[in-house]
Unconditional design. Structure first.
Length: 255
């Protein structure tokens, strides 16, 4: 897996985009891939369901240095290897709709499913996620903009099962359904509309989850507590919920 952070340069006094840019970032990413490998770009474009990559929208200011940036993640070894090859000729500029940005720098962070499992050694008692961009889940052809544990972690399990060569050692869904609860949340409803497409209803904000103990915890409780930590770190790569390939569901882990 690979996480790219592209720091951009924008001309002084330029007007920031007033619209959702997630679709524009996705379009630029596929066009960039198409210039290197048209077949790969077509496969990714035509792939139905969860795609093996995620993008952020354009963020006009980073926490560290206050400059525009965007992020792209790849979730399979094959796509990550091809991305590494393409980065030998890194992009010099990015066009998002009518706006053109110069690429100032590219930071590359790599990991793997094996690493996430190996580094998950501590039992989790609570965990917190910050939903940076609007997240939502599809239920009966409707948006479900709520960070319920089965929806959030079910989405991560689904992505892991689709793209990881290493299956999760144990079934996590029963643990999530019965032992993971929301302890605290601060959320806002968001409406996302891009390029004349339908409006999606999502949420942003922070959620803290707690692991509930019961009188009759199963023997796998220790493994569950450890593996949920791997799944949480995976969220930074995979994103959560619907339309992660178009900028929605970007997540940061809160220490």
């Amino acid at each position: 897996m690979t996480l790219l952070t592209l720091t951009l340069y924008v001309q002084p006094n330029s007007n920031p985009p007033s619209h959702w840019t997630g679709r524009h970032v996705q379009a630029w990413f596929l066009n960039w891939l198409r210039a290197h490998d048209p077949v790969l770009a077509a496969q990714l474009h035509d792939h139905n369901g969860r795609k093996p990559y995620a993008v952020s929208p354009l963020f006009m200011q980073s926490v560290e240095n206050g400059v525009p940036f965007l992020q792209i993640t790849t979730l399979t070894a094959d796509l990550s290897e091809r991305l590494a090859t393409f980065l030998q000729e890194p992009p010099r500029s990015i066009q998002l709709g009518a706006l053109i940005f110069q690429v100032d720098s590219i930071a590359v962070h790599r990991s793997s499913y094996e690493t996430l499992i190996r580094e998950a050694t501590e039992q989790v008692t609570s965990l917190a996620l910050h939903f940076v961009t609007a997240a939502t889940f599809r239920s009966q052809q409707m948006d479900m903009p709520l960070p319920l544990p089965p929806l959030v972690f079910g989405s991560l399990i689904h992505a892991w099962d689709m793209f990881s060569p290493l299956p999760l050692p144990i079934l996590l869904q029963p643990f999530i359904d019965t032992h993971l609860a929301i302890a605290r949340c601060e959320l806002r409803t968001r409406h996302i509309t891009s390029s004349g497409r339908e409006t999606r209803i999502g949420f942003t904000g922070s959620v803290r989850y707690m692991v509930r103990d019961t009188l009759h915890d199963p023997p796998t409780m220790h493994e569950w507590r450890v593996l949920i930590g791997a799944l949480v770190r995976y969220a930074a790569f995979a994103g959560v919920g619907a339309q992660t390939s178009a900028g929605m569901g970007q997540v940061h882990v809160i220490p």
